[in-house]
Design a protein around this ligand. Structure first.
Ligand code: IPD
Length: 279
């Protein structure tokens, strides 16, 4: 049977590669780029983020004129952020903008594609490492064509956990983030890491070198593609409180299996943040 979304997925991979070249060309000059701020002084955006998002959206519009978009920089510029049942491209032109600005080498182009609010394919291109992560629903997850499988570890005490501090430095939020982190470190786990890119953290879970990743404060464009890459690699996704994952809730927990995920969820202070689709 033909896969009706295959040509869209092929286009996404080609666009991620093209966008990756734009980012690689700019990264040497990233520190000279005008860095602008969004929700806070540490929520950064550059002209390269905007250029890459424009490049992707223009090209998709030409090829798939009826499709919808949720793009990080378009939303920042005032577009609505609502996930409908229509075929929708969910784009983070540079996931890891702070890394990009500092030339810290984990920077990804993340493209998720959803239909009926279900992610059909995900593409995460870690462009400075030249690692192309892809997943098509029901057909597995791959990195540069090599199949991905999550770690078999069932004991969270033998795990590496990825997380991030996010970009909210409100003292109350920082307290909650650190109290969760203290509990996680004290389980004790083998280690805590953070790549500085939600999409890459999720691909690390899918690759089996990190058992789980959690964060509160991410956005749908940070996790849409990665969520499918994790599940197609055999992993699980949930809300940080152990409930069902809601892509618009700005909270995510991705893990290699249910037992690691549930243990981790018990240690996290699952505070609420303004949803991506809040009116
Ligand atoms: C950010 C990165 C970071 C995470 C933030 C995200 P951006 O995305 O994924 O790791 O901690 O929550 O917003 O802004 O670089 O696209």
């Amino acid at each position: 049977m033909t896969d009706i979304w295959q040509s869209a997925m092929d286009h996404a991979v080609a666009l991620a590669r093209k966008a990756g070249q734009v980012v690689r060309d700019a990264v040497g000059d990233a520190q000279k780029e005008a860095v602008m701020v969004k929700s806070s002084s540490i929520d950064l955006v550059t002209q390269t983020d905007q250029k890459v998002e424009k490049l992707i959206i223009q090209s998709v519009k030409e090829k798939f004129p009826t499709h919808c978009f949720i793009g990080e920089e378009s939303v920042a510029a005032g577009e609505v952020c609502v996930l409908t049942d229509s075929p929708t491209w969910i784009i983070d032109p540079i996931d890891g903008t702070t890394n990009f600005v500092h030339t810290f080498p984990f920077v990804a182009i993340s493209i998720g594609f959803s239909v009926n609010k279900q992610v059909e394919f995900g593409v995460v291109y870690s462009c400075l490492q030249d690692q192309m992560y892809t997943a098509r629903r029901g057909k597995g997850a791959f990195c540069n064509g090599r199949p991905l499988r999550v770690s078999h570890e069932k004991d969270i005490r033998q795990a590496i956990i990825a997380t991030e501090f996010g970009s909210n430095r409100d003292p109350g939020v920082v307290d909650k983030v650190f109290s969760s982190l203290k509990r996680v470190v004290s389980i004790p786990v083998h280690g805590v890491r953070g790549a500085g890119s939600a999409a890459i953290n999720m691909c690390l879970v899918a690759s089996g070198c990190v058992e789980a990743y959690y964060e509160i404060g991410i956005h749908v464009w940070d996790i849409a593609a990665g969520s499918l890459i994790v599940s197609e690699a055999g992993g699980v996704l949930m809300d940080v409180d152990g409930g069902l994952l809601d892509l618009m809730s700005r909270r995510v927990l991705a893990a290699n299996n249910q037992s690691v995920a549930e243990h981790l969820a018990k240690e996290i202070d699952a505070f609420r943040v303004r949803r991506d689709d809040a009116a």
